[in-house]
Design a binder for this molecule. Structure first.
Ligand SMILES: Cc1ncc(COP(=O)(O)O)c(C=O)c1O
Length: 456
């Protein structure tokens, strides 16, 4: 019988998991190799070493099921972890659903999202190998804030290329990064060849994650080893660092005497989603469970539901290695009218593989619908979701309504990856009716496919 008394399921500090979970150990098939952008041959650790420390490169290719979390990383995690698992009793009541809705709340981290789970680990491993400075990109500013905080904890310099439209729309996020001591540029900049090439074609360019990645990678690649690059999503090691979310949730669901029938998260590059679902997918694969896994994405950037599963660059200019993933094309420009974050053209290769194998389902939502659900959630539970997380809220509410219609009593678990307290401009646009529902056209994907790298 599920626990029908408690609202929060909490773990003590000494119950915090000691290892990250590596889904590579349980995958139905080996992931496709990452290819060198020039030779199109599989990359070697040496190819990646100008950008990443060796410890992270080794994690990227590891097939060990569990990797121990180093003690200094655990010590920082304890600032906010273990994070709470909530039973959304008030939302269940508002929806009048027989479903039991649970959410894992990552907004309790100091910067308000799941992103520090990997930022802290990446700063630690770089510091261990003598790196003093990291470059990175950020879209809405959540990732940049997380890495800036990690930089402050490990006494490292952080340089952030922030997508220009967000730099203009979210000055407070920039101030957060600066408070932690980071340097923040509005990307595209004239500081890099990549930025200058974009500005030469379009001086008014408002930026994209793909462009900001090109700039941050270039800064590291040209630094002669002094600066390394840090990515907030997509890569295997980044997703693995997030699995502490799901490892905690497994224990917390057990404490709630329940088990999810469906596990939900929003997907940008895939890190918060993987963080929650991978430990549950591992269990499902090992034990033959029928758990469903649902990824929620925007109609305006539908990489899983409309993207092509192919080799593509991770950045716009074409400097990164080629990875096999669901992609809208590396030159994808997100529509400026979109307020909901999650604007990356690609998807983590691990999630892409699981989607291609039918283990993960995906659904896309219009932005007015996700804000409608976010407001409904806020009014019931008191937390204002980040616009990204609101996609997961929408999916969970849809599942709960479907359960009501079918009279099914099921357990729904979703990741509330962050709060939206810095995203009030987006809520303001929603309340003022200024958000337009936009569906990224399939023809644009077909057209972008022509410019994707040819891999035979
Ligand atoms: C709160 C929040 N959730 C989700 C995402 C999407 O990223 P990912 O798919 O890597 O979790 C972001 C990205 O910045 C975010 O800030």
């Amino acid at each position: 019988m599920p626990d029908n008394v408690h609202t929060k399921f909490l773990l003590n500090e000494d119950e915090m998991p000691r290892s990250w979970y590596n889904i590579a150990a349980d995958l139905p098939r080996a992931p496709e190799p990452v290819l060198h952008p020039g030779t199109k041959q599989p990359v070697t650790p040496d190819d990646l070493s100008p950008l990443f420390p060796m410890a992270l490169i080794m994690q990227e290719v590891s097939t060990e099921r569990y990797i121990e979390i180093p003690d200094p990383v655990r010590q920082v995690y304890l600032q906010w972890r273990p994070s709470p698992l909530y039973r959304a009793r008030r939302l269940e009541k508002a929806l009048d659903t027989p479903a039991r809705i649970y959410y894992k709340y990552e907004g309790v981290s100091p910067v308000g999202s799941h992103k520090p789970n990997t930022a802290v680990a990446q700063a630690f491993y770089n510091k261990e190998e003598g790196v003093k400075k990291l470059s990175t990109e950020t879209g809405a500013g959540q990732w940049g804030s997380a890495l800036a905080m990690a930089g402050a904890f490990f006494n490292m310099e952080i340089e952030v290329f922030m997508v220009k439209i967000s730099y203009q729309q979210k000055p407070y996020r920039r101030n957060v990064m600066e408070t932690f001591g980071a340097t923040v540029h509005a990307s595209p900049t004239d500081l890099t060849d990549a930025g200058r090439s974009i500005l030469a074609m379009d001086p008014e360019n408002l930026g994209s994650l793909g462009i900001a990645i090109s700039e941050a990678v270039e800064v590291a690649a040209k630094s002669g080893g002094a600066i390394k690059y840090s990515l907030g999503s997509v890569l295997n090691h980044v997703l693995m660092h997030q699995t502490i979310i799901g490892e905690e949730a497994l224990m917390q669901m057990e404490r709630a005497n329940d088990y999810p029938d469906v596990v939900i998260g929003c997907v940008g590059g895939g890190s918060n989603y993987a963080g929650l679902v991978f430990p549950f997918i591992g269990e499902a694969l090992r034990k033959g469970l029928k758990t469903r896994f649902l990824a929620a994405e925007p109609m305006a950037c539908p990489s899983l539901t409309k993207g092509i599963y192919a080799y593509d660059f991770g950045d716009t200019v074409g400097m990164t290695p080629l990875v096999k993933m669901h992609t809208l094309g590396h030159d994808f420009m997100p529509p400026g009218i979109h307020a909901g974050g999650l604007r990356y053209h690609g998807m983590s290769p691990l999630i892409s593989l699981l989607h291609d194998d039918g283990i993960i389902e995906a659904e896309a939502y219009y932005q007015n619908a996700i804000f409608e659900s976010a407001v409904q959630f806020a009014r019931a539970e008191g937390v204002i979701p980040a616009p990204e997380s609101a996609h997961a809220v929408r999916a969970a509410i849809n599942e709960a309504i479907a359960a009501k219609e079918s009279g099914e009593s099921k357990a729904i678990l979703f990741n509330l990856s962050g709060h939206g307290n810095f995203d009030m401009a987006a809520y303001d646009a929603y309340f003022a009716g200024r958000l337009q529902d936009y569906e990224y056209p399939a023809e644009a994907v077909a057209d972008a496919q022509k410019r994707m790298p040819q891999v035979v």
